[in-house]
Design a protein around this ligand. Sequence first.
Ligand code: FAD
Length: 289
Amino acid sequence: MKVIDIINQDRVTISCEMFPPKKEKSLPNYKETAAKMAALKPAYLSCTYGATGGTSDFTVEIADEINKQGVPAIAHLTCVSSTKEKVRSVLGEYRAHNIENILALRGDIPQDADFPLPGQYHHAIELIREIREAGDFCIGGACYPEGHPESPSMDEDLRYLREKVEAGCEYLTTQMFFDNGIFYNFMFKALSIGINVPIIPGIMPITMASQVGRSASLSGSSVPAKFLRIVERFADNPEALKEAGIAYATEQIIDLVANGVRHIHIYSMNKPDVAGAIFDNLSHIYVRE
Ligand code: FAD
């Protein structure tokens, strides 16, 4: 099933994200995690591609497993460290495995890399055009409520975002944010320049103190004082912090739904227990089919 058809349903839906293993020997464990995540009945499950130093080799196998578990899969695809030939070959694999949904991304530029090398992509928009040509995929893209860290201004970032949508992005998923006000402001700005595809808020449940600095510095997301106080208060009590992180994410989602948002994406990071606890908290808000 195409993700755009899920998002356009007139009901609240929640999706989750996972990442693939780095080594082939871990593939069976990760497929087990995919099955556990699928058993929670998210509206769809996405699998990252080479994010934050991880691998891209097994995205297709995890996405295939998710589909086999009866949950629509999104396979991410980045282009920054790939040649066009490599991208075309991965698209062929996605087609061969009946993967209908792709999140098209540039990826982070590796430090000390010569970028772009001849024959490489510069921006996600080029990948989006390539995917459009390659088949009948539902294409999503990334967006940044606080602006992409490399972008000189929010206005410029939004202009390029609109170009991505015009090139064929059917929906956008946001970078994580911990203050819903930032998302609402972004929605307003995006709509005001004519970006009118669905924008899905990405919520990251922070359940370990070590995640805070790492996630915020990787994503460029600001961390509100209210959230920092929670982390400081429970830093020495991992179970309490996990409980508080789940509650904080739940509260963000409830506020989003109360303000008219219908679809939410959880950066659940291969943690079915965390995603499951959030789903349980929302059992009358997201009614799973
Ligand atoms: P782009 O859309 O290409 O934008 C990158 C920068 O270039 C921005 O500053 C933009 O304003 C600018 N720009 C865009 N188009 C142009 C243009 N035509 N000319 C000049 N400037 C332009 N990373 C991974 O490695 N694997 C993943 O699986 C992954 N999943 C992600 C999922 C989500 C929902 C999000 C939000 C991010 C994800 N990332 C992932 C991280 C992402 O790859 C990085 O944030 C990356 O730095 C930007 O990717 P992009 O697709 O947004 O790039």
